[in-house]
Design a protein around this ligand. Structure first.
Ligand SMILES: [Zn+2]
Ligand SMILES: [Zn+2]
Length: 335
């Protein structure tokens, strides 16, 4: 018999269909083509090819660079001087449209073409996380931008088109309904019960210790109770904080540490799986809110979303999060 679980922070449901349960080895990535070159002549992100990208927005590192942030050459949204929040919005009969104002940036995580994020050392990972915060803070000063999403696509199933290690950031001129709904459900929980729903989950997970994967001083990584896909991982600060902009240097260093640990665990158990991760945060103007709690969501791309999932917004998952947490922890002892 299947089990249906609710994500209390979003009220979304997941069906756990365990008859189709799979073992970790069934998910292992079909041998990824090994990238052996540190430099590729036509890669715009490789050291020495800086002229192939638009003008740099941020550089970290001396003697060349460790991190570069540049505008996306094919941006989903683009900045416009003198835009206002209302600017570009117009009705077309009953329909609403607006100009594609925003910002789309690429965070080039290393000068080396073949370096995997999961295998970076801690200083390199800290540079990545610190650059996220710097760009987040900078863009949040722009009143045209209402939401800033930082994300990483790893592998073709996760939608990446360039193999050189990179993350992305998109600032949008409105808060999309999907995010609005998460904020609304967290607010409703807070109104009903007087607590942050994420803090409540965190307290329970640490106490029960059935789905915890790892933790450090600042954050916890656990497999969510209603995980939407196998090896779904949530990384969340232990201290309540609604917006990523509030993270101080100490918490950012802890974020780099736990992100590195969890990505390495996935790399070892599933042999470098394709995945997406997203920093899910309240918008910067909601920093300090009591009901929302920023976190990082890691979604390995081991299955394809099919018709039922698209039609219902529900997910069918074949592995319980308790089993994912156990497998990841057991393997850590062996690697
Ligand atoms: Zn490259
Ligand atoms: Zn909280």
């Amino acid at each position: 018999m299947s089990i249906i679980r609710q994500n209390i922070s979003t009220r979304d449901w997941t069906i756990f269909s365990l008859e189709r349960a799979k073992r970790p080895q069934d998910f292992k990535q079909k041998k990824r083509k090994k990238i052996d070159k540190e430099y590729v002549a036509d890669c715009p992100f490789c050291m020495g090819n800086e002229h192939l990208t638009p003008k740099e927005l941020l550089r970290i590192g001396e003697d060349g660079w460790d991190i570069r942030v540049v505008p996306n050459k094919f941006p989903a949204l683009e900045p416009k001087d003198g835009a206002t929040l209302q600017g570009g919005r117009q009705m077309a009969g009953p329909y609403l449209c607006m100009e594609g104002i925003g910002q789309h940036e690429v965070i080039v995580e290393t000068p080396l073409h073949n370096k995997s994020l999961a295998l970076m050392d801690i200083e390199e990972m800290e540079n990545v996380v610190f650059s996220y915060k710097q760009r987040y803070s900078q863009l949040s000063k722009n009143e045209d931008y209402q939401l800033i999403i930082i994300f990483r696509n790893h592998g073709s199933k996760a939608g990446t088109s360039l193999e050189h290690p990179h993350s992305q950031l998109i600032a949008t001129p409105f808060v999309p309904g999907y995010v609005r709904n998460r904020l609304f459900e967290a607010q409703r929980y807070y109104d009903d019960l007087g607590h942050c729903v994420y803090c409540e989950m965190l307290k329970y997970e640490i106490d029960k210790d059935k789905r915890i994967i790892c933790q450090n001083d600042g954050l916890v990584a656990f497999a969510p109770y209603a995980s939407v896909v196998p090896y779904n991982i949530m990384i969340i600060p232990k201290m309540h904080q609604s917006c990523f902009i509030q993270a101080d240097n100490e918490l950012l260093a802890d974020t780099a540490d736990i992100l590195k640990t969890t990505l390495k665990m996935l790399y070892d158990v599933l042999e470098d799986p394709d995945y997406n991760y997203i920093i899910d945060s309240a918008p910067a103007d909601k920093a300090g809110e009591k009901h929302y709690h920023w976190h990082i969501e890691i979604l390995p791309r081991l299955n394809t979303r099919a018709g039922f999932e698209i039609g219902s917004g529900m997910y069918i998952n074949t592995v319980l999060p308790e089993d994912c947490a156990r497998v990841l922890k057991e393997n850590k002892g062996h690697s």
